[in-house]
Design a protein around this ligand. Structure first.
Ligand code: PEP
Ligand code: MG
Length: 572
């Protein structure tokens, strides 16, 4: 019977496929005791499953290539560490040996115990570790229950319906031909969502009813644009789906023609489209699509590959190649943006913090670890001899922070020159505006910096007091709030008055549904993932800037999201 469910769109695209429901089976395992004589064989069965899970992770690691290798590799490493954790493995052996539980029930008990420990800690980092634990235990459980030749979930033409999906699974699922994923939990700002977008795999998250309402084998129509899932679509749905698919294909084709086009509005104003990049492939794509430069390179990904913090030379080589890859177009590299939630993955020991988003994060961490920071600044300065480098500092809230960074940067440049290294004469220093205090006290930074970049992901999180990774409040996390629009307008006007280049580099800049809004507020520099660059270019080319600017003040008077959306609809 036809039924419509809704979730949050996390990765766009349309798909029609057969449901493959992955039940959270661990919860249903019943207590089971085994005879004493079967204990050793049961332990062997468990260890064979652990070995299978290890081998699967290893195989996935070896198959990873290109851009994804560095992002996904990090998750696979964490999963390997959990699998080898003596607390988990010895605990399982012990439950089988002393209590004579079956391997399945021992696994369930261990899972419940560890999940309860994670749940008791009020810390977003620990919450994400809990998900990793669930994925690892699920993998071992699956290995316990399948013949060696059987398959991981998902085959060609299937839509995976599950509670949650691990970033590390995504490339494997895409390779197998899975056409879309629907999850009951999850957030559109999660790493899985960012990767699904990179892979062009439609993903809907937070569809709470999905696992309960969808049955294996149901035909599903998935609309990753609206977040709608139609179970057993009718003839009219299928006709609409075909029509939308044809339109999408036409649009994609038309977009490819814009690869070499200028990004100019109908009334002749040039808009700069810079790229957000995290890998060499992103840089290559950005260059090929005619991005004006790199507007945000998140250097922390370099630090989070499980091999500890890279030293100055290792960093220099990566930054230098990146700069040369853009062949003279400007490259903005952001200094380390890590906090207590991620620093240990980079081999940086920090004490546990109850609330890392408000803790020793970004520039605060860099200034607290001057040795680490100096090696990064020196590597960035050395790369500046190979092209146009700008340095961007995250999480700035105080003028003293900028002054301290500037002093350290000048000192590093002097030292490098004395050592005989080439360093560019001028390396622009900019700050991310993502802490509300910085947005409200811009004049304290105006004289200290060369450019501004607005990080709307964090700015929205801190302005609205909404954790950007928390599924429970994700529906409220939108930049379409009167407070956000006013703050954005203030920052853009400040940049204009002071002649400071000001871009937006949060996800908002790459969301084509927000392009006209940002133009109306006065933005002329977008920094966005290359995947949506052509779409945004097409919208810019179809926009009349002077007309949109007239809308700016009306948008600022709107008192809620619905009002803002009504005004924006009228512009299309
Ligand atoms: C932001 O906060 O908008 C941003 C671009 O930085 P990140 O998403 O890396 O925190
Ligand atoms: Mg940020």
């Amino acid at each position: 019977m036809r039924l419509v469910l809704h979730g949050q769109p996390a990765s766009r695209g349309l798909a029609l496929g057969r449901a493959h429901v992955r039940e959270p089976q661990m919860h249903e395992v019943r207590e089971e005791r085994i005879p004493e004589g079967a204990v050793e064989a049961e332990i062997e069965r468990l260890h064979a499953a652990l070995d299978t899970a290890r081998a699967e992770l290893q195989q996935m690691r070896e198959r990873l290539q290109g851009a994804l290798a560095h992002e996904l590799g990090e998750f696979l490493d964490i999963h390997q560490l959990i699998l080898d954790d003596p607390e988990l493995v010895l605990g399982l052996d012990d439950l089988i040996r002393t209590a004579r539980y079956s391997a399945d029930y021992a696994l369930k008990l261990q899972r419940d115990r560890l999940v309860a420990v994670f749940d008791a800690i009020d810390d977003p980092y620990m919450r994400s570790r809990r998900e990793d634990l669930e994925h690892v235990i699920g993998r071992v459980w699956a290995a316990l229950h399948r013949s060696p030749a059987s398959e991981t979930p998902g085959v060609s033409g299937e839509v995976l319906v599950t509670d949650n999906v691990a970033p590390a699974e995504l490339s494997q699922l895409t390779e197998r031909g899975v056409v879309a994923i629907i999850t009951g939990a999850g957030s559109a700002l999660s790493h899985s969502a960012i990767l699904a977008r990179s892979l062009h795999l439609p993903l809907i998250v937070g569809a709470h009813e999905a696992v309960a309402q969808i049955n294996d084998g149901d035909a599903l129509l998935v609309d990753g644009h609206s977040g709608e899932v139609i179970i057993e679509p009718d003839a009219e749905d299928l006709r609409r789906f075909k029509r939308m698919q044809r339109e999408n294909a036409r649009d994609r084709c038309a977009l490819q023609k814009l690869r070499d086009a200028e990004t100019v509005t109908r009334d002749g104003v040039e808009i700069r489209l810079l790229a957000n990049a995290e890998s060499r492939e992103d840089v290559h794509q950005a260059y090929a699509l005619g991005a004006s430069g790199i507007g945000l390179y998140r250097t922390e990904f370099l630090f989070m590959q499980g091999r500890g913090a890279p030293d100055e030379d290792a960093q220099f080589l990566v930054y230098r190649d990146l700069v040369m890859g853009m062949r003279g177009r400007p490259v903005t590299l952001r200094t380390l943006d890590l906090g207590a939630d991620k620093a240990d993955r980079a081999g940086i020991a920090l004490s546990h913090e109850p609330n890392p988003a408000l803790g020793l994060r970004g520039v605060r961490l860099s200034l607290a670890q001057p040795g680490l920071f100096r090696s990064q600044l020196r590597a960035l300065l050395r790369a500046s001899a190979y092209g146009k480098v700008n340095i961007l500092v995250p999480m700035v809230g105080f003028r003293e922070e900028v002054r301290a960074v500037r002093a350290l940067l000048d000192q590093c440049a002097r030292e490098l020159e004395a050592e005989g290294h080439a360093v560019a004469k001028k390396v622009a220093l900019g700050v991310m505006i993502e802490v509300p205090a910085a947005a409200l006290a811009l004049s304290s930074f105006g004289r200290e910096v060369d450019f501004l970049s607005i990080g709307t992901n964090d700015l929205v999180q801190y302005l609205l007091a909404i954790d950007r990774g928390n599924d429970a409040v994700a529906a409220h996390s939108s930049p379409l709030h009167p407070a956000v629009l006013r703050v954005l307008r203030e920052i853009l006007q400040f940049g204009q008055r002071r002649g400071l280049s000001t871009s937006v580099c949060g996800e908002m800049a790459g969301d084509p549904t927000h392009t006209r809004l940002l133009l109306a507020l006065g933005l002329t520099e977008f920094s966005l993932h290359p995947n949506t660059l052509l779409e945004v270019r097409a919208i810019v080319r179809d926009s009349h800037l002077a007309e949109l600017r007239k809308l700016g003040s009306r948008l600022l008077r709107a008192s809620d999201r619905a009002g803002i959306e009504r005004l924006l609809k009228a512009t299309v």
